[in-house]
Design a protein around this ligand. Structure first.
Ligand SMILES: *[C@@H]1O[C@H](CO)[C@@H](O)[C@H](O)[C@H]1NC(C)=O
Ligand SMILES: *[C@@H]1O[C@H](CO)[C@@H](O)[C@H](O)[C@H]1NC(C)=O
Ligand SMILES: *[C@@H]1O[C@H](CO)[C@@H](O)[C@H](O)[C@H]1NC(C)=O
Ligand SMILES: *[C@@H]1O[C@H](CO)[C@@H](O)[C@H](O)[C@H]1NC(C)=O
Length: 492
């Protein structure tokens, strides 16, 4: 790194009136970065790849994406394996988390036809990472459902448990000899709530309070089935670990009133508890308060039974304890207030939860108002996970901030520095077992409904340029320095 950039970094952490101290990262904390298949690969119809629900949505509903863009080419990473691995290696990062596109290796969804050219792409990527001393972390599902299954109802069809297991078997068979860290499913809330309730992610449905709950049930059962598949048939030979990644924002009560405390608890259960509680608590089931509020409102609306489908005893036994680690994606925090019941009408999960979330306008803001830097919220969610989910090993599988500056992303640098300080307090003071810190994202990518309008990347990507040129940002220099010094600065 040039002296000039070092000076900028130092400048960021020292003002005329404050001093800084430096703090060492624990030796066993792994520094990593991440991406996902649809967001970077491009080559959407090359070499025998099948159509995914994202391909279908961006081609038929461009209005769903703010800049009407697609992931057809994205970062063109399908053609840039060596270059991308070099970008990771040059920063000194130890792990790379990426996902496999289901329709790239199974173009028709089912495992009857395996696309060997798709398999070859992931083989080359995995081999190149390992040859460069970078550990691959593979997500099986980062939202690329084969379109045929979407037409059959996608995550609301109970058969998805079988479809997903067949796909997982192909993945473990082909890559499990070299991949030792597996994430079954990325971000159930985004899969179920944003896609079936809020309508902003593919398939873009708005059947709130119904489809999102059916989806949650099927996501948990698919995850559990895949976990047992790996445990029973692969783990003794392949010796890897397997878990799930859940996006957990922190929800802070807006006031000290009992009602707001209860509302913040409900907000957590309706946001991430519905996924984490069944897997990481001995109950093996949805949280009680979540079940109660949905059941009561369903009754008031005249439904014969709760809109939330329940689990059988057998399903509960199967879901309980199905993770070797807690994969946490953390971005931001909200305040939560209690609210009066909505009038009876069309059902929705927001009405079921009876909460209202908002952000403090003083919190540091990025390129998108929903992302605010709230470092203390990060420490609180980590403590919450330790206390409520059996003190698991925590892999932070994503954390990041979209700066409005293209290259000189000083806010993103500040975000990571502040969050790393909180992380040190979590580990050293709260005794949370955090093992990995994974920056979202390696480079600017197709950010789903935000298209190319926000960039979390350590590298800027020029999406106007056919070669999709990658240019390091200041945050890339920050992490390059961090991997060498393993030291973060704290203002005192
Ligand atoms: C989806 O969420 C966004 C952001 O939270 C919100 O602006 C929008 O109104 C929501 N849409 C629906 C249909 O709930
Ligand atoms: C809640 O109580 C704590 C300590 O009792 C206090 O520090 C904090 O300011 C109070 N918060 C609000 C929003 O009143
Ligand atoms: C980057 O931004 C910081 C803070 O806004 C500013 O002090 C610095 O001069 C900028 N550096 C460059 C190279 O533009
Ligand atoms: C395009 O990018 C590759 C790296 O992927 C680089 O090696 C090559 O020089 C670039 N070509 C041009 C014309 O910029």
């Amino acid at each position: 790194m040039g002296n000039c950039k070092l000076l900028v970094l130092l400048y960021l952490f020292s003002t005329a009136t404050s001093l800084t101290i430096s703090r060492k990262l624990p030796d066993d904390l792994v520094l990593a970065t991440a991406s996902s298949s649809y967001q970077i690969e491009g080559a959407w119809n090359e070499d025998g790849k099948g159509e995914s629900m994202w391909d279908r949505m961006v081609h038929t509903r461009p209005d769903k994406i703010v800049d009407h863009s697609t992931g057809d080419v994205a970062c063109d990473s399908y053609h840039k394996i060596k270059h991308d691995v070099e970008l990771i290696k040059s920063m000194g990062l130890e792990q790379y988390r990426f996902s496999i596109s289901w329709p790239r290796i199974l173009p028709y969804g089912y495992a009857n036809h395996i696309n060997l050219r798709g398999v070859q792409y992931y083989n080359e990527l995995i081999d190149e990472l390992i040859a460069n001393g970078i550990t691959p972390v593979v997500t099986l599902y980062h939202w690329e459902l084969p379109q045929i299954f979407q037409e059959l109802g996608g995550w609301t069809n109970a058969l998805i448990v079988e479809w997903f297991e067949q796909y997982a078997r192909v993945v473990f068979d082909h890559f499990g000899d070299r991949v030792k860290l597996w994430i079954t499913i990325n971000e159930p809330k985004q899969i179920c709530w944003f896609a079936y309730s809020n309508g902003s992610l593919a398939p873009g449905l708005e059947i709130s309070g119904i489809a999102d709950y059916i989806c949650a049930r099927n996501v948990l059962l698919s995850h559990a089935r895949t976990f047992h598949l790996y445990k029973n048939f692969y783990q003794s030979v392949q010796k890897g670990k397997i878990g799930i990644t859940i996006d957990c924002p922190w929800m802070e009560p807006a006031t000290n009133s009992t009602n707001d405390y209860k509302a913040a608890d409900r907000a957590r259960q309706f946001d991430f508890g519905l996924y984490a509680h069944p897997i990481f608590t001995p109950t093996g089931d949805f949280p009680e308060i979540f079940k109660k509020f949905i059941a009561e409102r369903s009754r008031a609306e005249g439904y014969q039974q709760s809109r939330l489908p329940s689990f059988s005893e057998n399903e509960i036994r199967n879901i309980r304890g199905t993770a070797d680690f807690f994969g946490l994606n953390y971005y931001t925090t909200s305040y939560t207030k209690d609210r009066k019941p909505h009038p009876i009408g069309k059902p929705s999960s927001l009405k079921d939860s009876r909460i209202e979330n908002y952000k403090d306008p003083n919190w540091l803001i990025g390129a998108d108002p929903s992302f605010r830097s709230v470092p203390w919220g990060f420490r609180k969610i980590l403590k919450y996970i330790k206390q409520n989910y059996g003190d698991p090993d925590v892999f932070i599988t994503e954390i990041g901030f979209p700066d409005s500056e293209k290259f000189n992303d000083t806010k993103t640098v500040k975000y990571h520095n502040d969050h790393l300080n909180e992380l040190l307090d979590s580990i050293q003071v709260d005794d949370v077992k955090v093992k990995t810190y994974t920056v979202w994202s390696l480079m600017d990518v197709f950010e789903w409904m935000r298209g190319y309008t926000v960039g979390f990347g350590l590298y800027h990507v020029d999406f106007q340029d056919n070669n999709r040129t990658r240019t390091p940002k200041l945050s890339r220099e920050f992490f390059h320095t961090l991997t060498r010094t393993r030291t973060v600065m704290q203002e005192i």
